[in-house]
Design a protein around this ligand. Sequence first.
Ligand code: ACO
Length: 372
Amino acid sequence: MSDISYRPGLEGVSAGETAICSIDDGLRYRGYAIEDLAANASFADVAFLLLRGELPSEDDRREFHQELARFAAQTPNEVLEIVHGAPAAAPLMDVIRSGASLLAHWAPDEGGDDDMQTHLRESTRLLAQLPVVLAAAYRGRRGLPRVDADAELPFAENFLTMLHDTKPTERAVQALDVTLILYAEHEFNASTFTARVVCSTLSDVYSSITAAIGALKGPLHGGANERVMALLEEVGSPENAEPWIRNALANKQRIMGFGHRVYKSGDPRADYLAPLCAELAKESGNEHTEEIAGTIERIIRAEKKLPPNLDWPSARIYAYLGLPVELYTPLFVLSRTAGWCAHFMEQRANNRLIRPRSNYVGPGPRTMTSSS
Ligand code: ACO
């Protein structure tokens, strides 16, 4: 048996260097605390920061907005028709994963130069076009016609308008924008690492992001936010919260929205969102859901010493904004695309094929004659 050191799940193992995000002194994107960014920047500013390394100047902001609007308007009609016509039963995560892959077929840069300008352009195009794809897929399954992107509108407002075909409230735009900022980047999580592995083979941005979406879909990662709402709905009433959670813990059930591989004493994103979540619950008349959530959180903290992660408040925020559950993980995709693409470019700029070893634990050497 090989004696190469091994940690299950690579827990505590550093798998590379990054200048994009740090989690040791609070969560920071390129040195800026997420609390600072969430309070003072827009999601487009944060995407610019992640992709290019610095926050945008006024001119940069205007140009980046125009670039996003131009790419959104160029979303291939062929792709939109396919996702708009996808079966209503297909999970939206599957549809957006296929959408990311399909966009490559009509991308003018695909198969082109392997240089940073091309990768940056492809990344910006994906960031602009995935919301158009998601809105089309969502409306298609409801038998509704597609709504074009509006070049005038900022990212979150544009998405909500394409989704509902009505002007969203300022409050909804601002709340969605904050969650997009907080979901945008988180160093070497499972989906980002997936994106970097694909990139390290010198594959392209579209392949990398398609693979990352597949990794994000799982309930231990991005898929948890949808399951948080399923859980709260199953509990149903504040009176049922305590017996429900005690029974779930006694049965060793994994409670979605709690625990984290690296944040053992608390997820700063969940802490940041908690007050906003409470305010939105009040404004939308959902205090009873907050009551259920409060009881569950108190008991899990007391019994398991597990703090909530980002998905615990963000799922409720999306519910209070009236967003259907099937959109929660795809919304994570729209946001994390900024982080994934930043990691793609960082990996490519200093690439070495990611190819770890494994420790063999199977049968010893044998021949066909001896085993038959
Ligand atoms: N509910 C109940 N128990 C839990 C939970 C949970 N959510 N999370 C961890 N535990 C328990 C485990 O059962 C285990 O207990 P034990 O030692 O008595 O067996 C202990 O805590 C350690 O758990 P691990 O699975 O080893 O911890 P790991 O670091 O692998 O887990 C993970 C991280 C996968 C996120 C886990 O906490 C989990 O499954 N949470 C629910 C899914 C979730 O919310 N995912 C979102 C992550 S954040 C994001 O993607 C934005």
